[in-house]
Design a protein around this ligand. Structure first.
Ligand code: RB5
Length: 147
């Protein structure tokens, strides 16, 4: 898969580890994040990754900030994005199976690197179940159209 990864200054080390891990699994990873701990603004990175994923430039995205919340909130403002914050693998699996999340997010101050790897793996290996879940995903995007 082609995966776009983005992170803020809270998470360059976790991002670098995950890039290595994902490439080791055979994925192509494009880095839209920062590589140092110099302060930056997570909304810019969330929006950039969100726009690219929504435009179909990758199969999915991975976002990391301190909590995973701010950067995913920003990405979710982009039409077509379904970014889900996960701190464990069960949620990571369900956000693909039921919500067809196109971005997975987590916090480098919340989960350790091994849990982060497990979260991404669970998400990537899961498959969207469609059917009634597609109807509900369509309903989510209909909210965007009513704005
Ligand atoms: C940066 O200090 C921090 O606010 C950010 O990484 C994130 O946790 C925001 O939601």
């Amino acid at each position: 898969m082609k995966i776009i990864i983005g992170n803020d200054h809270a998470s360059p080390d976790m991002k670098k580890e995950l890039v290595k891990y994902l490439e080791g699994l055979g994925h192509e990873v494009v880095n839209f994040g920062v590589d140092t701990s110099e302060s930056c603004n997570y909304p810019e990175i969330g929006e950039k990754v969100g726009r690219a994923v929504a435009a179909g430039e990758a199969d999915c995205g991975v976002l990391i900030c301190g909590t995973g919340v701010g950067i995913s909130l920003a990405a979710n403002k982009v039409k077509g994005v379904r970014a889900a914050v996960c701190s464990e693998t069960t949620t990571a699996r369900f956000v693909k199976q039921h919500n067809n999340a196109n971005i997975i997010a987590f916090g480098s101050r919340i989960v350790g690197i091994e849990t982060a790897k497990d979260i991404v793996k669970a998400y990537l290996e899961a498959e969207f179940e469609g059917g009634r879940h597609q109807t509900r995903v369509d309903m989510i995007h209909a909210i965007e159209d009513r704005q």
